[in-house]
Design a protein around this ligand. Structure first.
Ligand SMILES: *Cc1c(COP(=O)(O)O)cnc(C)c1O
Length: 329
């Protein structure tokens, strides 16, 4: 039985750091999309709630349903309007041409394209978008944007921030309703001052990545299926990719690429948390290494795997299969 352990103290510590930076717990929107970045949304939700988090963002209605008993405000980021929206959820309005497709009285946050060009309405369309929101009788509750390069704090990021400032000013001038504004993601959170009139909307930092002072929440374990002595000259696994040059006590563990790990192809050295090398190619449901006892920690820091596979922490975490058993410790 492979296993994910979620460290409650680490998660609470990270939430404290985030709330401290944001000003307060009710200034934080926790991004819980994709099973809370592979961690396990329904396991972390009660912890976030008891800490004082009351606003989360998710991918779709299915994820929102799973969390509706924990949080009053749930923003759905990736929804295509169909006229059947749930009045309890909040929906991101991503495209000016789809305003008319929402059910009347749907709660919305308007997404602004401040230059990332992925989703949202353009600055020159603010007036039209606002008029359409009124015309189609939507419940207008917030305005937000997303940064493409906050991790570099470069000119592009500063220009995006400036654009969003202009957007806020426009709404202060033209809309009498009190709106919620948010733009800061994980990359932006700890590298600049958060404007007093904004919430922050963060995913990755909750889980201990993206800032050095945070604590990793997730660790991944596998359990021993079998053990043998691999004799000098014998190979292990598919296509004999590893051959022992001395007698070796090896074991095979119950975690493989079907569980969401990248398939290790044995071409360069990849090590487990205990420093042991994975021996041979990873199989669909197992891998082999020097015998490390009944349970072995595969990783407690996804960055090692992200670097090895030339990807980002997010992808290593989010791919962990939802069927892997998860426990809070
Ligand atoms: C995923 C996502 C976030 C969270 O990003 P992090 O880098 O994990 O903080 C924020 N906003 C939107 C729109 C997103 O899609």
């Amino acid at each position: 039985m492979s296993l994910i352990r979620l460290n409650q103290k680490a998660y609470e510590f990270n939430l404290d750091q985030i709330a401290n930076k944001a000003g307060n717990f009710d200034r934080v929107i926790c991004v819980f999309k994709d099973n809370a970045y592979g961690h396990g949304a329904t396991l972390l939700a009660p912890i976030a709630k008891s800490k004082g988090i009351n606003f989360v963002a998710v991918k779709n209605e299915q994820e929102a349903d799973e969390l509706k008993d924990f949080f009053d405000s749930i923003l759905i980021l990736s929804h295509r309007p169909n006229g059947n929206e749930n009045p309890n959820f909040i929906y991101a309005l991503n495209d000016i041409n789809l305003i008319k497709s929402f059910k009347p009285l749907t709660r919305i946050h308007l997404k602004i394209d401040t230059n990332m060009h992925r989703n949202g309405i353009e600055l020159q369309d603010l007036n039209k978008a606002y008029n359409d929101i009124l015309k189609y009788n939507l419940k207008f509750e917030g305005v937000f944007t997303h940064f493409s390069s906050a991790d570099n704090a470069d000119d592009f990021y500063l220009a995006q921030r400036n654009n969003f400032k202009k957007v806020k000013e426009w709404f202060y001038k033209n809309c009498s309703k009190k709106l919620i504004f948010h733009s800061f993601n994980s990359a932006a959170l700890f590298n600049s001052e958060i404007p007093k009139d904004e919430y922050c909307r963060v995913g990755l930092v909750q889980f201990g990545y993206g800032a050095l002072h945070l604590k990793k929440v997730l660790s991944l374990y596998a359990h021993k299926l079998s053990q043998r002595i691999l004799k000098t000259g014998q190979s292990i696994g598919y296509s004999n990719a590893y051959t022992a040059n001395k007698d070796l006590n090896v074991a095979t563990y119950d975690l493989g690429y079907a569980d969401g790990l990248f398939r290790y192809n044995a071409k360069r050295e990849l090590r487990l948390a205990n420093g042991k090398k994975i021996l041979g190619k990873m199989s669909m449901d197992s891998f082999s290494c020097e015998d490390s006892g009944d349970e072995v920690c595969v990783f407690n820091d996804a960055t090692l795997w992200a670097n090895f596979f030339d990807t980002i922490d997010y992808e290593i975490l989010v791919k962990l299969h939802p069927n892997i058993k998860r426990v809070v410790v």
